[in-house]
Each structure stands twice: as C-alpha cells, then as structure tokens.
Ligand binder design. Structure first.
Ligand SMILES: Cc1ncc(COP(=O)(O)O)c(C=O)c1O
Length: 410
C-alpha cells in the first residue's frame, strides 16, 4: 500500500492552504498513514488518490446515511440542478420539504433551511434569545455544536465576550443542570443538549431519561426553550427526533449532515411556541435555498420513511460490536465500545480510568493498511450501504490488526 499521491497533495496543500487542511477533517491529529484526500466514493467505500480502497466508517463524518453516490438521491439532485438550483428566490421544493419534515418529526410545526450544521445551531441560539429577550444558554461541557464564535472548541480568533452568556453543565447530571439553571436566574433563554453524549476522546453515554425529562420540565418552568442538536445523530437513532424514544419533545431541533445523503443542506425545526421568535431574527445565505439539495432531501426523506435503512444500520452495528467483543475476549484484551452500535466509539482502556491512545492509533493504522477506515477517538458512523460481508471483512482485519499490536500481550 502506497500513499505517495496523497503525500504529494499534502505537500502542495501546505503551501496554499493553512496547515494544508483545517477543521475536523484534517488528519494532523490522526495516525500518519491516514490519507488526507479522497478521489472516489461509492456505497460503503472510499478510494484515496493512490487507488487504495477503504470501507469507510466515518461516512463523511455523518452525511452519508444511505451510502455514497446513492442512485435515486443523486438522480433527483442532478435533475433539479439542470432545471433550477441557486436562484433569485427558492423553488417550490422549499415548501414541499418543510411539509415533509414537519410530517416526519413529531415536535416540529415549522422548518427553516440553511447549509451547515453550525448555521442551524446558531439560528437555534438566536431564536431562543429572541423568544423572551434573554441571554443565558446552557451547554453540556465537552459537547460540540459547531464552529461559530460562540461554540468553536478552540478560542483563537474569538473573544471571551463571544461566550459570555453560556453556562456549562454536565450531561446526564440533573443536579448540575439544576445548578446551571439557578445560575441563569431569570435570564435563561435555552438549554442545549445532544441526543446522546457523543463527545470526542471520552466514552459515549446514552441519555438518562431523568435528565432529559428534567431539562424539559426546567424549560417549561422558566419559559425557556429546549434545543436538541440532532446534527450528528439525527436520522441514525429514530425516524423522528432522537428523544422521541424517551418521550421528550424539544422546542427546537437542529439538523444537518445526513438530511440529503451528502448534499449540502441543514435545517432548524421548531414548534409553534418558538415560531414568532424564529420569524423575528435575520438570518440568510446565498446558497441556503438551492433547489438541488432540497430535491435530494425529498428523496432521502422518502427512503427514510419507506425503507428499513435504520434497522439495517443497527443490525450491522450490532454485528460489528459483537464481532469485536468476541475478538477481544479471545485475544484477552479489553476494548471499550460505547454509544449506539450504529454510531460506535471504539477505544482501548488504559487500566487507570482513561484510554490508551497509542494502542488506539496502532489499531487504526493496522485497519487502514487492511482497507478499513476507523477513527481512534471520534465516534464513527455505520451507513445503510454496508453489508454483512463488509462487517465480516472489517472483523478479519481487526483480528489481524489486534494480533500485531506491539503494546498488548495477545
Ligand atoms: C453535534 C454537532 N453539532 C453541530 C455540528 C456542526 O455541523 P457543521 O460542521 O455542518 O457546521 C456538528 C458537526 O460535526 C455536530 O456533530
């Protein structure tokens, strides 16, 4: 396996792109044999510029729900692109799509469309502040909600004022949530939550229904808005908002990534209570109303309603989880597998309450060499295009990669 073309591209990129690449798709913090660039994608597979094929467990960090290059979705996209895409006003598809979303997601009475997840979380924040003219917003410590000034995880280029009215709390911890609400006093605008705790570098936690219900009750008591950020997990947990599974209805949900199976569109959905506030804020973008991504989203939504994509993803995730557990047991090593099986995070405990990143990197490198793209510290994504054969190939590669880990006695 060679990565010569990728290496040359990286070399050229360093000269004309800051750091050669930026943001979460930069491979600077990944093992050295991780390709930075990709030239082709289809179904469950990615090819790098050197022609190496990978079963891709990142799915573009989420957007690829049904698999790369889905024929029906892409045909709708191309058809619409040729008819009308970015124009002086939206196409009729905007109304069709808003109706389709409101029809799918139970808490939603209206929809606004934008491009990236950060657009949707920022509109959610503004809507919540416009709702009662309040400032304080509660955010779970370590949660990622995008890369705008108020939420980017790295402070360079921002000022403390950008986050002045954010209060942090601990996910799933009712006492900490109550203390944060107390601190906000009568200036509480919103509580932000993720469908489950899917932060990097730490084990994932499913939502404790007591925490989700308390967040709902506190928002009701204080007349603030409950926002659930579905950008990463949305449509991978339920055919509705994720907390529908535990009986909690948010006021606002932000959606992105997978709405159009890889085509650029995101959305904020809200209930009637929040509609007037959403109508007051000024937000827009030159590309937000483009028809082609909306056409792709209409087909994606149809497939979500009519296919067994979700059950299939869960079955594939379960197969992977069970197979890795079997390998770990047979080889006498400990693997941490957390999160829903269709969005797994796989790490190696260090025996002292943390994780051994060196082993994680070596394992990921071993898989990469065998044509499997895993991530050592970010949750991964199963796509509906993956087959039992793909999972079994992955398990064979994992067994070999584990055997050759130099730091573990196997
Ligand atoms: C939970 C969550 N919120 C918001 C975002 C931001 O989305 P985008 O990168 O499309 O702006 C992400 C992206 O990874 C995310 O995972």
């Amino acid at each position: 396996m060679t990565l010569e073309n990728d290496k040359q591209l990286r070399h050229r990129a360093e000269k004309v792109i800051p750091n050669g690449m930026y943001g979460h798709q930069s491979v600077l913090l990944l093992p050295p044999e991780t390709p930075q660039f990709f030239s082709k994608a289809k179904g469950a597979y990615l090819w790098d510029p050197d022609g190496n094929r990978y079963i891709d467990y990142l799915c573009g960090y989420g957007p690829q729900l049904l698999g790369y290059g889905h024929e029906e979705v892409d045909e709708a996209y191309i058809r619409q692109l040729k008819q009308i895409d970015v124009a002086t006003g939206p196409t009729p598809l905007m109304v069709d799509l808003a109706e389709a979303w409101v029809g799918l997601v139970d808490h939603a009475d209206w929809a606004m469309f934008c491009k990236n997840g950060t657009d949707a979380t920022t509109i959610a924040l503004m809507t919540a502040r416009a709702y009662r003219g309040r400032k304080k917003v509660l955010i779970a410590q370590g949660a990622y909600h995008g890369a705008a000034n108020w939420c980017t995880p790295f402070p360079d280029g921002t000022v403390p004022d950008d986050r002045a009215h954010l209060i942090s709390y601990t996910y799933n911890d009712v006492a900490s949530l109550e203390a944060a609400v107390e601190e906000a006093g009568d200036d509480l605008a919103a509580i932000f939550a993720s469908p489950f705790k899917h932060d990097v570098l730490t084990e994932q936690q499913l939502p404790d229904p007591a925490y989700a219900k308390r967040a709902r009750a506190l928002c009701d008591e204080k007349d603030a808005l409950l926002i659930v950020d579905e950008i990463r997990a949305g449509l991978r947990i339920a055919r509705d908002a994720s907390w529908s599974l535990i009986g909690v209805k948010p006021d606002l949900t932000s959606w992105g990534k997978s709405l159009a199976n890889g085509h650029p569109i995101s959305a904020l959905l809200g209930n009637d209570k929040a509609k007037e506030a959403a109508g007051k804020i000024y937000v827009t973008g030159s590309f937000w109303f483009a028809g082609a991504a909306m056409a792709a989203s209409m087909v994606t939504l149809k497939l979500i309603r009519e296919s067994n994509y979700l059950e299939h993803m869960i079955a594939m995730g379960d197969r992977l989880r069970a197979g890795l557990n079997e390998i770990a047991e047979r080889r006498g090593i400990e693997i941490s597998q957390t999160g829903p099986s269709q969005m797994p995070l796989i790490m190696f405990p260090d025996g002292a309450g943390g994780f051994n990143m060196e082993i994680g990197y070596e394992f990921t490198t071993g898989l990469m060499r065998r044509g499997v793209y895993f991530h050592p510290w970010h949750n991964m994504f199963i796509s509906a295009a993956m087959t039992a054969d793909d999972i079994d190939l992955t398990l064979t590669a994992a067994d070999e990669a584990i055997t050759s880990l130099s730091h573990i006695a196997v």
